[in-house]
Ligand binder design. Structure first.
Ligand SMILES: CC(C)(COP(=O)(O)OP(=O)(O)OC[C@H]1O[C@@H](n2cnc3c(N)ncnc32)[C@H](O)[C@@H]1OP(=O)(O)O)[C@@H](O)C(=O)NCCC(=O)NCCS
Length: 145
C-alpha cells in the first residue's frame, strides 16, 4: 500500500532506507523530545520493514521521515523539513488510512508537554487531551471533520 497527498508519498520501509535515516536521526532537532531508548537509524528501519502502519515519508523523491500508527500515532521528520506542515499532512493521511482501510475506531497519541510542534499538530488534527495525559481522536469525530 502507498498513500499520497499533494506534497508527499508514504510507503512501506525498505532495508535500503537506513542510509537516508542515518543522515538526520542523530540531530538534536530530531531527538530532543524522544526517549533515550529511541532506536538508531539501522534498528528503526530493520524493526519496521514489513510492518503495516509503519510509513516512510518521501518529499520530492527523498526520504524525510516516518509516521507510525500502531497502538499509538507517532511522526518523526528530518529537522530540515520541520515547520512546513509536512508532519500534519503526513499524519492526516495515515489517520485516514487507519480509520478507513485498517478499521481503527480511535487513534491515540502522546506528546511531551514541551514539544510545541507535536502538540499544535495534534490539536490541528482534532485530538483532545484526556485526564491520563494521552491525546485521542475518535473516528466519529474525524468523519465530520
Ligand atoms: C513533531 C513534528 C513531526 C511536527 O512536524 P512539522 O511538519 O514540523 O509540523 P507542522 O509544520 O505540521 O506544524 C504543526 C503545527 O506546529 C507549529 N509548529 C511547528 N514547529 C514549531 C515550533 N518549532 N515552534 C512553535 N510552533 C511550531 C506549526 O506552526 C503548526 O501549527 P499551526 O497548525 O497552528 O500553524 C516534527 O517537529 C518532528 O519530527 N519532530 C522531531 C520528532 C518528534 O519529536 N516527533 C514527535 C514525537 S512522535
Amino acid at each position: 500500500v502507498e498513500l499520497r497527498t499533494s506534497r508527499i508519498r508514504l510507503r512501506p520501509f525498505r532495508e535500503a532506507d537506513a542510509t537516508a535515516f542515518a543522515s538526520f536521526c542523530d540531530t538534536d532537532g530530531y531527538r530532543r523530545y524522544l526517549d533515550d531508548n529511541h532506536p538508531d537509524a539501522a534498528k528503526l528501519v530493520t524493526n519496521n520493514v514489513g510492518v503495516d502502519g509503519a510509513w516512510v515519508v518521501e518529499l520530492d523523491g527523498s526520504v524525510v521521515g516516518s509516521v507510525f500508527l500502531g497502538d499509538e500515532l507517532a511522526c518523526l521528520l528530518d529537522p530540515a523539513v520541520h515547520r512546513l506542515g509536512i508532519g500534519t499532512e503526513a499524519a492526516r493521511a495515515v489517520i485516514d488510512d487507519g480509520f478507513g482501510r485498517r478499521g481503527y475506531t480511535e487513534v491515540v497519541a502522546r506528546a511531551d508537554d514541551e514539544n510545541i510542534a507535536s502538540l499544535r499538530g495534534l490539536q490541528r488534527l482534532g485530538f483532545t487531551r484526556r485526564a491520563d495525559g494521552t491525546y485521542r481522536l475518535r473516528r466519529a469525530d474525524w468523519e465530520v471533520h
